[in-house]
Design a protein around this ligand. Structure first.
Ligand code: DQA
Length: 176
């Protein structure tokens, strides 16, 4: 289910935050690697950060690749940017990478753990090339840093601003 954290408004950057498979288990899942903070707490910290940054977020978690692809496709109708922790899909989902490329929304990939310092199969991200950048290794703070990065990217890049206006015009019939 997609949850809206703060109300929409003029000039607010709209971000979809996506959590991949097993992220619903955070807090209980391998706490020595992922810590003891649960997903709800991460989402509420993100909502607080969004308010401070002049952004609005929706959060979405799924264990199913196709649902994540669909959420990304639907985000093209309303969002300005994506923050995504693709979890295990990071390392092999060409479908998620293609969805990000297809919607051409700026995306930041985030990870709680430092994937570069873990098993070799985690060193490769097939998603990263479709993203503006990647933040890994800071626990729940990776999400906050990812949100800050993508909001700043949208606010400061001409391309981001233009795309934002274009999307709003398409959606609102040019009323903004
Ligand atoms: C993760 C790292 C991935 O390798 C792993 O499959 C996850 C979580 C992280 O946030 O550190 O599920 O994305």
């Amino acid at each position: 289910m997609i949850k809206r954290a703060v109300p929409e408004g003029e000039n607010i950057v709209r971000v979809l935050v996506i959590h991949g498979p097993n992220m619903n288990m955070l807090g209980r899942r391998e706490p020595e690697i992922y810590g003891r903070t649960g997903l709800e707490e991460i989402n509420s910290r993100l909502a607080e950060a969004a308010e401070r940054l002049g952004a609005t977020i929706k959060t979405f978690q799924s264990n199913i690749e196709g649902e994540i692809v669909t959420a990304i496709q639907q985000a093209a109708d309303w969002a300005d940017a994506l923050v995504i922790n693709p979890a295990a899909f990071t390392h092999y989902s060409i479908a998620i990478r293609d969805a990000i490329a297809a919607v051409s929304l700026p995306a930041v990939e985030v990870h709680l753990s430092n994937i570069a310092a873990r098993e070799e199969f985690r060193h490769v991200s097939v998603i990263a090339p479709a993203c503006v950048g990647q933040i890994a290794g800071f626990g729940p703070m990776s999400y906050i840093l990812g949100l800050e990065a993508v909001v700043s990217h949208v606010q400061t890049s001409d391309a981001g601003e233009d795309q934002k206006k274009e999307r709003r015009n398409e959606k609102d019939g040019g009323n903004r």
